[in-house]
Design a protein around this ligand. Structure first.
Ligand SMILES: [Mg+2]
Length: 572
């Protein structure tokens, strides 16, 4: 026996189900004499909904009961499925699917809970923000699948370090975070962070190969460094930022680092604008032939004339650009400006190789060679006169991308030079795998080679190695004549350093070349006999004409190239 809402519901379902059948029977029996079946059916439907005929079907047929139980069954099953789905969705919303650790949302909720409970007990807890070192290189080298495998293993290790009441969460990428409850003093936190460093220090095996990483951490303590979630997270991030500069270490929050960070953010925004507006300048540091003393190369170096702080050191703004994703734009700006400026020199008859420093971001970008080719074509600068300098560490850490991009650059006729050679800590087998043209011996060896026999041996051996592999070799950091003479005796090709010349701004580059103690190298193609070169002083920032090698030739005023002095005693 059914009553109330259930009875009315079942009755309506029953009525609706039978209605078309009933209409058909009525139509067959000639009830609808006017033949308008559709109109009559709608009238019938209306009566059913208005309840006028409900009473006639209160006595349920078998079909009505079947429909009712079917509806009830569907409802029960759906509810069960929905509850299960809702549970899964809640887990998905609060836990990281890769490591099964709490995600950022749940972590922030746990901080809130920790603040409440710790305030009641008048105790302390520590919040640690952590970031893996070198994860990106492993991820890039072995692929995302291997990277995920690594993060899963790291997640398990970190979970085993903390106590049950503590929290370890994955906030995204290679960022993890911890809440260490009920600490008595900072030494207690240091005990945990030391264990975290040890756990990550242990190599992780991926595809049968061991990989070692590091972990950098920023720490805040409640209530010493903040009393709400936002402040604690922000200050932990600032401390992490400081740790990332040194890597594989931890830093407790202090106010000085906060001020430092605020100034850094201001400078970072100004740098972004300066790059966007093309305000960075190019200075050129010459390279000369150790034997003939010809000026063979110019290395483009970025300089930032800040409107208030004066010239900001590259040691400050290059790392800042790297950390804030600006380095690619900075490199492209340097390439564009320097190729434009030195192509002008080339069109005036000077043969000189332009070197530009590039970074790992360029090696990761397979479009980079095409972009460089476009700039070269635009300014009519020959690819053989462009050399891209990459540090040894960048090559090693990005060997797969480096192979792809350097081969493409080599195919365009652009040369590749290894910068700071000898300072990397890995095998030199890449020298025979990649299309490398030049090795630049790091200045730390050159500066000490007259005093330290070990450094002299390294320099001599590197020159021999380069020659054996058919590579050109450049010595950086040449600061006196004796060093230059020795390098020449040992077979070194080019020298760069303050003895040759300190970096020269573009505005005075032509004057320097004309008046320098070192000899300019003139173009030898027929359209540019030496006597035509550089005789007319033309501003270098003039627009190049149509990109042809001959069209920008100035009219000769004198028949001989600039005379050269012999004295070279400027220690700059
Ligand atoms: Mg360099």
């Amino acid at each position: 026996m059914l009553t109330g809402e259930a009875t009315r519901l079942a009755g309506s379902i029953h009525s609706l189900a039978l209605m078309p059948l009933q209409s058909m029977v009525q139509a067959q029996s000639g009830l609808w004499e006017d033949g308008n079946l559709l109109t009559a059916w709608f009238e019938s439907l209306n009566r059913h909904f208005m309840g006028s005929m409900l009473a006639s079907y209160i006595d349920f047929s078998m079909l009505g009961w079947l429909l009712f139980f079917f509806t009830l069954l569907v409802y029960v099953i759906s509810k069960d499925q929905w509850l299960r789905l809702r549970g899964e969705l809640q887990h998905f919303a609060l836990f990281d699917s890769l490591t099964n650790l709490p995600n950022r949302r749940l972590f922030e909720d746990r901080i809130q809970q920790a603040i409440k409970s710790t305030r009641r007990r008048e105790g302390k807890f520590a919040l640690i923000m952590a970031d893996l070192d070198r994860f990106k290189q492993i991820n890039d080298t072995l692929g995302h699948h291997a990277g995920d495998n690594l993060l899963t293993q790291v997640g398990m290790r970190l979970r085993n370090i903390v106590r049950g009441a503590d929290t370890v969460a994955r906030l995204g990428g290679d960022e993890f975070a911890f809440i260490i409850q009920d600490i008595e003093d900072y030494a207690g936190v240091e005990y945990v962070t030391d264990r975290i460093i040890q756990a990550i220090d242990e190599p992780v095996t991926i595809e049968g190969l061991p990989f070692s990483m590091g972990i950098s951490m920023g720490i805040v303590v409640y209530p010493d460094h903040g009393e709400d979630v936002e402040t604690l997270l922000r200050r932990a991030d600032i401390s992490l930022y400081r740790s990332k500069e040194r890597r594989n270490c931890y830093t407790f929050y202090d106010k000085d680092s906060d001020d430092y960070n605020r100034k850094n953010i201001e400078l970072q925004n100004e740098l972004r604008q300066a790059i966007k507006q093309g305000e960075l300048e190019v200075y050129y540091q010459p390279k000369v032939d150790c034997g003939s003393h010809h000026i063979k190369g110019l290395e483009a170096l970025a300089r930032w004339p800040h409107p208030e702080q004066g010239m900001i050191s590259p040691a400050v703004f290059i790392p800042l650009a790297k950390k804030n994703g600006l380095i690619k734009d900075l490199t492209m700006l340097m390439l564009q400006k320097s190729i434009e400026q030195i192509s002008d020199l080339y069109h005036q008859g000077i043969e000189v190789a332009l070197s530009v420093n590039i970074t790992e971001e360029n090696l990761e970008d397979t479009n980079f060679p095409d972009e460089v080719a476009y700039i070269l074509k635009r300014f009519g600068f020959p690819p053989r006169c462009l050399e891209l300098e990459i540090t040894e560490d960048v090559i090693i850490e990005n060997i797969q991308n480096a192979t792809l991009v350097t081969e493409k650059l080599h195919g365009l006729g652009i040369k590749i030079s290894i910068d700071d050679f000898g300072t990397g800590n890995s095998s030199i087998s890449y020298l025979k795998k990649l299309p490398i043209h030049t090795l630049k011996i790091d200045l730390s060896f050159i500066r000490e080679m007259n005093r330290n026999p070990d450094d002299a041996a390294i320099v001599k051996t590197t020159i021999l190695l380069s020659k054996s592999l058919g590579l050109s070799v450049v010595a950086e950091g040449v600061e006196d004549e004796l060093t230059l003479q020795k390098l020449n005796d040992w077979g070194c090709d080019l020298a760069q350093g303050f003895y040759v010349c300190k970096p020269v701004p573009n505005d005075t580059l032509v004057d320097w070349i004309k008046n320098s103690d070192w000899k300019p190298q003139y173009r030898t193609d027929q359209t540019f006999p030496p006597q035509q070169a550089l005789q007319q002083k033309t501003p270098l920032n003039t627009e190049p004409s149509a990109g042809t090698e001959t069209s920008a030739a100035p009219e000769p005023e004198a028949t001989n190239p600039p005379s050269l002095k012999v004295v070279r005693n400027q220690q700059k």
